[in-house]
Every structure is written in structure tokens, then in C-alpha cells.
Design a protein around this ligand. Structure first.
Ligand code: GLY
Length: 130
């Protein structure tokens, strides 16, 4: 597995998580392919396709206070020159309305595909950990 590709994918994946935290729709949409598919708790067991479903959450009022997402024990499996899987437990840290820290963990598998020479996020599956 080429280490440069692994590092590039981890950096892109972290950028994606940061875009979600900052509600930076522009960057999120740049990193994703418009045909993105996903299973996540918010989709209630359904496979959602496209970006519209995700955009809804970016347009909600921003939560106050700092927040951070850490990929714990990330694994990158490069399947070919054009496809890779990144999986990890995502640790979220943020403040609640009372100023207390709240920590949550979710399992994420994210699939990246190189399309027209650029890595794009094409599928993910998120489950609540534990
Ligand atoms: N809910 C958007 C994402 O996790 O990519």
C-alpha cells in the first residue's frame, strides 16, 4: 500500500470531518461526489443517495462552542489506484448548552474513489459505537 496515498486519504477524510463540524457545505460538497451514497443513523436504515439529504444538516443553525472530531485507530485499505476504504472510530468532543464537555463515539467506514484524477468521497456507513 503506498504510504503517500494513505496519508493523503487520511488528510482528506479529516478535512471532510472538519467541514461537517464547521458546517462548511462548500468544502464538503467539493470533497464528495454528487452520487454519494450513505447509511447513517439519520437515514433511519435507508440508503440515501446524493447530497441533498446531507445539505439539510449543514443549513441548521451552527452549534455554539468548539468541537473536534478525531479518527481513532484509522485503517486505510487502498483497493486500487482509484479506490480506497477508510475506517475508524470517530470520537466527537463538544460543549453542551451548559458548557459541559460531551464525548460521543461512532464507527465510520468511508469509501473514496479517484474520479478524473481527484479523490472524491463516494460512500459511507456510520453506526453508533458500542
Ligand atoms: N452526514 C454527513 C457525513 O457524515 O458525511
Amino acid at each position: 500500500m503506498p504510504p503517500d496515498t494513505q496519508a493523503e486519504l487520511l488528510a482528506l477524510n479529516q478535512e471532510l470531518l472538519n467541514a461537517i463540524l464547521r458546517r462548511d457545505w462548500r468544502r464538503y460538497a467539493e470533497l464528495c461526489h454528487e452520487s454519494l451514497t450513505a447509511f447513517e443513523p439519520e437515514s433511519c436504515g435507508h440508503l440515501v443517495a446524493g447530497l441533498d439529504f446531507h445539505r439539510f444538516y449543514f443549513e441548521l443553525p451552527a452549534s455554539s462552542g468548539p468541537a473536534q472530531a478525531t479518527m481513532a485507530s484509522p485503517q486505510v485499505r487502498v483497493l486500487s489506484d482509484d479506490a480506497a476504504v477508510v475506517c475508524y472510530v470517530r470520537l466527537n468532543q463538544q460543549l453542551d448548552a451548559q458548557g459541559r464537555t460531551v464525548e460521543t463515539a461512532v464507527q465510520e467506514t468511508r469509501v473514496w474513489q479517484r474520479i478524473d484524477g481527484r479523490w472524491r468521497h463516494v460512500h459511507f456507513h456510520r453506526s453508533r459505537a458500542g
